[in-house]
Every structure is written in C-alpha cells, then in structure tokens.
Design a protein around this ligand. Structure first.
Ligand code: C5P
Length: 224
C-alpha cells in the first residue's frame, strides 16, 4: 500500500501533448501519450490528494477520483492550469506543451494549390511552468508550495536540467534521457529527479507509476 502522505493537499497535474491549429482540420502536435501524467494523477489519488488533471489530447480513460479538465491547445492548457493552480499546493507540469503555434489560424481548410505551398509562420507560446515560477516569486514564494517540471534531454542531461530547474523557478525537475526508445508512448521510463537545493534522485528504469511515486516521495516532505 501507498502512504497517505498527500492527504489534505490539492494537486494539479498536466498531461498529454498540446495541438496547435493550422486550420480547422490540421494541427502541429507531438507524440506525448499522457501515460506519465496519468500515472502521476492516479498515484496522487492513491496517496490521498485531491487531484485536478488537465489533459491535453489524451485518449486514456479518466483516472478514478480525479477531476479531469480536457484541453486542446497550449493556450487552453495555460488557462486551465493557471485557474486550477490558484488554490493548489502542488503543480506538476508533465504535459508536452508546444513551444510554437502557427502565427495565423486559417478559418477555412487550406487548399492544395498548383504553385508553391504557402509557408506556415510560427509564434512563440508562453512558458506556463516559468510563468508559474515567476508568479510564485512575485507573490512571496509559497503558492503553489511545490512546483514540478519535466524535461526531456538528449545530451548533458544533468547540466541542462540544473540550468532549466533554475531558469523555470521550480522545486523539482524530472529529467528523462530521450533517444533510447524510452519515454514517449511506452509503459516504462527512467528519470533523474533534480531537486532545488538538494541531491538528485535517480529513478531506475521501470513502470511510469514508479517514476510517479518517486516524484511524490520527493514532493511530500516539502509539504510538511
Ligand atoms: O523548456 P522545456 O520545454 O524543455 O520545459 C519542459 C517543461 O516546461 C515541462 O514541465 C513542460 O510542461 C513545461 N512547459 C510549459 N510551457 C511551455 C513549454 C514547456 O509549461 N510553453
């Protein structure tokens, strides 16, 4: 059995991957399945938390006991997360948020033409995790009490991760090494949890529930 160490705490988890509309039928998306975010939501419920799961384009069934808010784009995910974060103790950003969106959304389906296709120009999306980090700082430091980010890195995993942890102003950063058939869409994962002002925690390759429990193991002491 799991400890009930999140009892009485409100937790927000984002999961899945955003889709950025090009026109009514097309989008720019990513390969995130939502499995890791759903594992975080499920295990948080099991450990006693009150869980809001903000799910971007996930096809998995709703985890029992969590309030699920379904979103599509990064803008929608941002609205839902910021709203839920207001009275949350913990926010975990496990979603793959698109860094860019098409600058212009066409109202009608783009047609095939005989000439050269028109380029798709991109605009930058706001960084929601960084926004939560700086908003917390402005408000004096304890809302949410624990802020957790995820990062997929292909090289210099620890150095890039430490820089990202500081840049985004979060307490924990779960770093995945990508590029070895781990992570996206697979039931297994391996990770290093970087801890602001503490030693990193290595989580060996295993089910995404194990990564999730290791995250909550690192979160719980920070709520006391
Ligand atoms: O900078 P990078 O995309 O590697 O950071 C990943 C972390 O930041 C994840 O926790 C992700 O959910 C979050 N993120 C975000 N908003 C963005 C991009 C990433 O909250 N626009």
């Amino acid at each position: 059995g799991r400890p009930l160490d999140l009892a009485g705490h409100r937790v927000v988890v984002s999961a899945g991957g955003t889709r950025e509309a090009i026109d009514p039928v097309r989008y720019i998306g990513n390969r995130s399945s939502g499995l890791q975010g759903y594992a975080l939501a499920r295990t948080a419920v099991a450990r006693g938390a009150e869980v809001t799961l903000v799910a971007a384009n996930v096809t998995l069934p709703d985890p029992a006991g969590a309030a699920v808010v379904r979103v599509g784009s990064a803008a929608e995910l941002r609205e839902a997360v910021l709203a839920a974060a207001d009275d949350a103790d913990v926010v975990v950003m496990a979603a793959a948020v698109a860094d860019f969106r098409p600058a212009e959304r066409h109202d009608a389906k783009i047609k095939k033409t005989d000439g050269e296709p028109a380029p798709i120009h991109l605009a930058k999306n706001p960084d929601i995790l960084a926004e939560l980090g700086s908003r917390r700082k402005e408000r004096g430091g304890d809302s949410p009490r624990v802020l957790v980010g995820f990062a997929a890195e292909t090289h210099d995993v620890l150095a890039n991760g430490q820089a990202k942890l500081a840049r985004k102003g979060c307490d924990l950063l779960v770093v995945n090494e990508v590029g070895e058939s781990l992570a996206f869409g697979t039931p297994d994962n391996a990770a290093t949890i970087l801890v602001a002002g503490g030693e990193p925690v290595e989580v060996p390759r295993g089910p995404k529930d194990d990564i999730a429990d290791a995250v909550w193991d690192a979160v719980a002491p920070r709520l006391r």
